[in-house]
Write a protein that binds this ligand. Structure first.
Ligand code: NAP
Length: 454
């Protein structure tokens, strides 16, 4: 196995940088440092820890352009979307700076004791294994609540965004976090297994594919460690006959095509009622055709290359296997290296790869259904459980279906999206645990019962 890792610009094809992986000796000293610092960091008052979030936000803001350019170079995200990602991280810092103190305050519970309460203590050192699709946001939404709760963090980021991984480590140091509070590990998969098995690591958070989730959950389970898993999805976007296309069509297109289709919560299966099908398909196609694709460093670009050419290989194979089963190309489906044209596939039915699997790129699978009842049946016909979105003017009827949706999120007349104020996570093959909001900061704390008689 190589002891080096390299980054490449997927748009230009140029190599960016090669890094040496950390040796086992280096990893050992990083683990020890994380463990040592955790003993003093956990003792600091919450207010002192959350105060640093101001500095993190300021550094993000001062370096917005540099960080955005780095993301765009390493994984091809259109630059305007890279900037929005950094802005969202700033909002996240602001949210936990204002709320962490009350989330983590002792909770008094009346019992037979003179005094009894729950104390929310940090667990210690937490490992994060993160994906490349939102190189800053995924790391920050783990790190900000986890560090603020008094834990230390070790990051194993996706290897194609190593530059982002290292600059995030530098950011926390610049913001005044004690050295070792947040460290970036440059390690291979075998080393991840050793690190997670080490007693000094108390828990793990993984955002990534189902395959990686199963592997990490198995190692965590064997070592009796808590895991939060944010995995893949194949969210349904239901368009009922009474949907207001004029108001919501842009949202529907964005739900599939933002981040060049590489989002876990993207709309992957468009389930469209027959009465609006032709109108929807015509307007949706017109809008998809109008997306401006090209150089991701251009401010006007909506849509660019995938993060790596092998991701386009996977997508192409999923589409080809679906076409063999009777699906039809309605628009697009041109592919060159890491570029995959925005694509619309019709005649999609269950048991086709683009219905059953996660498509991690700009392919919209369109499923025609005769009525609302069939639409809800199709929604439920999946192994995944991240989220469902539905477009209808009858929001009262849609709200009446909340309890039958098995996913982690149900959005009516809006795309499924993350927001620091709301919990985020999935069910079934999409994983377990929650990030963001009060729920997220509670994942890596020991909810300790304290009972006092005197
Ligand atoms: P991935 O291939 O699973 O990789 C994710 C991370 O896991 C990377 O750091 C990767 O490292 C590491 N990894 C993979 N296999 C591993 C193993 N056996 N042992 C240790 N580490 C391992 O996923 P990806 O391609 O980066 O990201 C796309 C996937 O993430 C999609 O399925 C998407 O839906 C999911 N995702 C989910 C959410 C959510 O919140 N639910 C959000 C974003 C993305 P290397 O890079 O070194 O292989």
């Amino acid at each position: 196995m190589s002891n080096k890792t390299s980054t490449h610009n997927p748009f230009t094809g140029e190599s960016i940088k090669t890094y040496n992986l950390h040796t086992d000796v280096q990893v050992e000293s990083m683990l020890q440092l994380a463990n040592d610092v955790s003993k003093t960091w956990r003792q600091k008052p919450i207010k002192e820890r959350s105060k640093l979030l101001n500095k993190v936000a300021k550094i993000l803001s001062d370096n917005l352009e540099t960080y955005s350019e780095l993301m765009t170079a390493e994984m091809g995200k259109p630059i305007a979307q890279s900037r929005s990602e950094i802005e969202k991280c700033i909002f996240l810092c602001d949210f936990y700076r204002k709320n962490a103190d009350s989330f983590l305050a002792d909770q008094i519970i009346e019992t037979d004791a003179k005094e009894s309460f729950i104390s929310y203590d940090p667990l210690g050192t937490i490992l994060a294994v993160m994906p490349w699709n939102y190189p800053f946001w995924q790391v920050m939404r783990f790190a900000i609540p986890t560090l603020t709760a008094g834990n230390t963090a070790l990051l194993k980021h996706a290897s194609n965004v190593t530059g982002c991984a290292l600059i995030i480590e530098e950011l926390f140091e610049k913001a005044g976090y004690p050295k070792g509070c947040f460290q970036t590990l440059l390690v291979n998969h075998d080393q991840v297994e050793q690190i997670l098995s080490d007693d000094r690591v108390k828990a793990v958070s993984l955002t990534g594919s189902e395959k990686a989730g199963r592997k990490i959950a198995e190692i965590a389970g064997r070592n009796l460690k808590k895991a939060v898993l944010e995995l893949g999805g194949n969210n349904a976007c239901v368009v009922l006959g009474d949907a207001n296309l004029e108001a919501y069509l842009d949202i529907m297109v964005n739900a599939r095509m933002q981040n060049t289709g590489q989002s876990c919560i993207a709309a992957k299966r468009f389930i469209v009622e027959a009465s609006i099908y032709d109108e929807f398909l015509e307007k949706f196609t017109k809008k998809v055709k109008s997306l401006k694709h090209g150089d991701p460093t251009d401010d006007q670009t909506d849509f660019s290359v995938l993060a790596r050419a092998d991701l386009a290989d996977i997508l192409e194979d999923q589409v080809e296997r679906s076409l063999k089963k009777g699906a039809k190309v309605h628009f697009g489906n041109e592919r060159k290296k890491a570029y995959y044209q925005p694509t619309i596939i019709t005649n999609v039915t269950p048991n086709m790869p683009i219905f059953d699997e996660e498509t991690f790129g700009p392919v919209a699978a369109i499923i025609k259904v005769k009525d609302k009842a069939e639409a809800y049946e199709m929604v439920a016909n999946t192994r995944f459980g991240l989220g469902t979105m539905i477009f209808t003017e009858d929001f009262e009827d849609a709200t009446a279906h909340v309890s039958e949706i098995e996913d982690g999120a149900f959005f009516i007349n809006e795309l499924v999206k993350s927001d620091p104020r709301l919990p985020f996570g999935g069910t079934k093959a999409s994983g377990y645990g929650r990030e963001l909001s009060e729920e997220g900061i509670m994942e890596f704390v020991n909810k300790k019962t304290v009972y006092i008689n005197h």
